[in-house]
Design a protein around this ligand. Sequence first.
Ligand SMILES: [Zn+2]
Length: 386
Amino acid sequence: MAAASITPVSHASILTGQYPYHHGLRVLHGLYEYRLPDAARTLAEVLGAAGYRTAAFVSAFPAGSRFGLDQGFETFDEDFLEASASDVVTSEGTVVTGLNQRRAAETTDLALDWLEESDEPFFLWLHYFDPHDPALLPPEAYLRRHPVPRGTQQEVYRALYDVEIRYMDEQIGRVIDRLAESGRLDDTLVVVVSDHGEGLGDHTWWGHGILYREQIQVVLVVAAPHMPAGRRVRHLVRTVDVMPTVLELADVDRPDLPAMDGESLVAMLAADTPDPGYTAYADAVNTLAPYGRDFLSLSGRREDMLFTLLDGEWKLIHHLKHPEDSELYHVSSDPRESENLLASRPEEAARLLGELRARDFLPDLREGPGLSREDLRRLKELGYVE
Ligand SMILES: [Zn+2]
């Protein structure tokens, strides 16, 4: 489970092993803190200190240095911010100039060049953005080979999403192939993880930003040297578990590291283990306001801040400003989160709310410096703000 469905917030949790209330990056934009504080210790910083070469090739503005996600990387490539325009085809077929994101193939080309020249050991973060929204589609030649069928808006969106994932998957394949050709794959830990999913029409929501399963349940694939292949683990785990897992597999011990919220999953990777019974947390701080009143009334929602706790059986989505809008789902029998049981099972709601409150989950509402007009324009071009 991801710790948020907002790109920079969720990435910060992957890269620090901490929930947002510990690493401090709470929002994409707005009044509050949206920059990973220097005090945070990222995976790149820790591996860099342990002698790793570190590089990141990111594909979009919300995963970039503006949010402090470059912390600890020797090489941090987000050249698309200045690059001359690449063609971007919108879902309507209009070609616009997109400077705020780039396709997987471009990012992969750069990363492969870097891999060619880099010594070992190395830590490479490859960030892809293609399935993020339909604003940036694969190249036209690719779409001709993998046409999107006609249908309802939801069918087309879902088909586009699949094509974009397929396109990205093939690019990840290029990286794996190159590692194999150069004889390094058997000695390389590969983690494929996502920052969030997409609504695609479920719960009257097309994109991401809130806390239903389709938005925060993500893929996590780990291929590690000397670990059995092809196993499937059904226990609830979190993206905050990625960093402790990587550090254990890399045998990097950092006693000075701030406490992480995640746990190492190495035992689970190695063999069948009983479910450790983890709880997963995620939040959506100040994320509804920017969508605008029309959007919210269309989806039947009010501006709020959302906090969720999931214990594998029950899930509470706590609405901070309007607690009466809060939601309780029995996810083991209702995985689609369709029946709100808040009124009929108040004792479960109270238990989870108590556990939530025991965490220091409330954002301290420090006012950030605010985004520049330029930054707001970038977010607007990516469809984030009205
Ligand atoms: Zn994202």
